[in-house]
Ligand binder design. Structure first.
Ligand code: GLY
Length: 295
């Protein structure tokens, strides 16, 4: 099996950042290249963890360092990871003061309770050796002072390795200015899911993503026999009828790849299939192998 990798940096072109589309694409491409090396050397799970860790490290993106602030001025971050080889979903919800929520989510893979939230989660992480890190950047502090709420922003990665294992990881700083304690989709099976048939990472309005159980819905459709492209298009069609707003990246066991979204959303993605690299500046939606798309 030729490995496959797809990353996203949110659905946020319509939320202005100081970076141009070209700068965002260049950064995504760098991370894609580095993560590809991890995919071929260490497999799908290590790859998605590494890719999301790099995306969290980049202050341009709304996850880890550069996370948006909730209404009380605190950055609370959520992340999850799932690999089809053991089917364990693990995650952290609304954790503060760490550099890499996806690494925290990965650490919870190996303990009996796989999803932890809030202050007790942070206490556990400190005991597990996660050191203090302030993820708040000057730009996010300024946005919060100006009361600028968003509606989107998340990062994610889905990979298929040479042994056929699929893994997905997703991380977010939330939408900004939300009610403290709001739970986003990113550390739920609506925002991130992987099975032997398919893996999905979602970005966009968390409430819409949870109402629609997006990642799990697409994966179950593939498990029941639908091609990935059809599973995604049917899911987006249903979501559009409810005026939900989100984008997703997805990958299936047959090697097919998709990046697509509901109307009005632009998913920022970069993908690699063998030697071939693809990115969001090249096409608004990606169905590979090619598939006509309504968007
Ligand atoms: N999808 C990110 C959030 O709604 O918080």
């Amino acid at each position: 099996m030729t490995p496959r990798l797809i990353l996203h940096a949110g659905a946020g072109l319509r939320e202005r950042t100081r970076a141009s589309a070209e700068q965002i694409e260049a950064r995504l491409d760098d991370i894609l290249t580095a993560a590809w090396a991890v995919l071929t050397a260490e497999g799908a799970r290590a790859c998605v963890r590494y890719a999301v860790e790099q995306l969290e490290h980049e202050p341009l993106f709304n996850a880890g360092t550069g996370s948006k602030l909730q209404a009380d001025g605190v950055a609370r971050m959520s992340a999850s990871i799932m690999s089809a080889d053991d089917g364990i979903f693990s995650g952290v919800i609304n954790v503060e003061g760490i550099a890499h929520p996806v690494v925290a989510a990965d650490r919870l893979h190996g303990v009996p309770h796989h999803v932890l939230a809030g202050t007790p989660a942070l206490d556990w992480l400190r005991c597990a050796g996660f050191s203090a890190h302030d993820p708040v950047t000057d730009q996010r502090r300024e946005e919060w002072r100006e009361g600028r709420a968003g509606r989107t922003g998340t990062v994610g990665a889905v990979a298929l390795d040479a042994t056929g294992v699929i893994a997905a990881a997703t991380s977010t700083g939330g939408v900004g200015m939300e009610q403290p304690g709001r739970v986003s989709d990113s550390a739920t099976v609506a925002g991130n899911y992987a099975s032997a048939m398919a893996g999905v990472s979602v970005t966009g309005v968390g409430e819409h993503i949870v109402h629609h159980a997006v990642a799990a819905r697409v994966v179950v459709r593939c498990t029941d026999g639908l091609a990935l492209s059809d599973a995604v298009l049917r899911t987006l069609d249903e979501a559009s009828q409810r005026e939900y707003q989100f984008g997703l990246i997805a990958l299936a066991a047959d090697g097919s790849l998709v990046a697509n979204q509901t109307p009005g959303v632009q998913t920022l993605y970069a993908a690699r299939c063998g030697e071939r690299a693809l990115s969001f500046l090249q096409a608004p939606a990606l169905h590979w192998p090619a598939k006509p798309s309504p968007s």
